[in-house]
Design a protein around this ligand. Sequence first.
Ligand SMILES: NC(=O)c1ccc[n+]([C@@H]2O[C@H](COP(=O)([O-])OP(=O)(O)OC[C@H]3O[C@@H](n4cnc5c(N)ncnc54)[C@H](OP(=O)(O)O)[C@@H]3O)[C@@H](O)[C@H]2O)c1
Length: 329
Amino acid sequence: MKQIRLGQTDMYVNPVGLGCMGFSHASGAPTPHDEAIAALRAAHEMGYNFYDTAECYTGVNPDGSINYNEELVGEAVAPFRDQIILCTKFGVTHKGDHLEFDSSPEKIRQSIEGSLKRLGTDYVDLYYQHRIDPKVEPEVVAGVMKELIEEGKIKAWGISETTEEYLRRAHAVCPVTAIENRYSMMARWHESIFPVCEELGITYVAFSPMANGALTGAYQSNKVFAKDGSDFRANMPQYTEEGIKKTNELLEVVSQIAQAHNATNAQISLAWMICKKPFIVPIPGSRKIERLQSNFDAGKVELSPEEIKIIDDKLDTMTFDVFGGHAGK
Ligand SMILES: NC(=O)c1ccc[n+]([C@@H]2O[C@H](COP(=O)([O-])OP(=O)(O)OC[C@H]3O[C@@H](n4cnc5c(N)ncnc54)[C@H](OP(=O)(O)O)[C@@H]3O)[C@@H](O)[C@H]2O)c1
């Protein structure tokens, strides 16, 4: 299987990474501890070597205690810590119905210490600024990242949901290894940053690459999602009746290509971006072992430029209203 180099570092990952968020956060009740550990370890056996978590990925356990995704991931990967690339993020706090951003140097310093402790590790391989904090200049954040690299607390850094201007300014101070932006067939508005990644040698880590599961075709109603606020999918526009109808229209094209490759729609949604650009690494999330395996195997599906074009041509005729973005591309 081809390996993807992360930015200009000596770190390489398999073509599909692992989004660990759903075990604790935004997908309903946290997964029971032992089940989650077993799935996260099974993923390593399958070949996953790129684990993605964040300081703010938390949920509430049945006994009322906080479920920290970093603690879970740290415990799960402890037996093979040095064989994987472990990523986490700073700078976002969930405050009820909104997010609070803080990337001040003091807060970053606090965050890295907390993350290292929860992860049970001495270093983070790839440390992302989770969201741009308009109060802090990119040069300041990059300066702190430079110090953390020199101190050995992180190996490399990245920015999530970055703009081109912010990326260029930050990169000039301390080279950015990866960006982690939303990207899927239904969320293509960041494609304009691809040439910048190519020019600067930066990896594009694609989050929510299956449009939060919509592109799998597995969900035909939002009624299956918990309505108590713990499952963000319950209120996502792609899961309204209209959203599902549109997704199904797209999946008619995707599933023809899937059939030709003896693959699933989920696999094609990942292979589409892996085969499009050599610097894109999707990090789909799943808590189910069979889905983890099938998502990982998407890295083996070879789509031709013609097949990618068939999908892109269809996408060009459609607009989508997707969680986390603007309607359209
Ligand atoms: N940087 C950021 O701001 C940011 C934001 C959001 C997410 N992320 C990262 O990106 C990762 C993935 O994003 P995401 O979870 O939002 O979206 P996603 O990967 O597009 O979709 C995940 C959803 O699809 C379902 N699913 C996964 N594989 C499937 C399959 N083969 N067949 C049917 N259903 C399947 C999962 O349910 P089950 O678990 O039940 O299988 C889950 O609900 C997260 O874990 C997180 O690490 C980062």
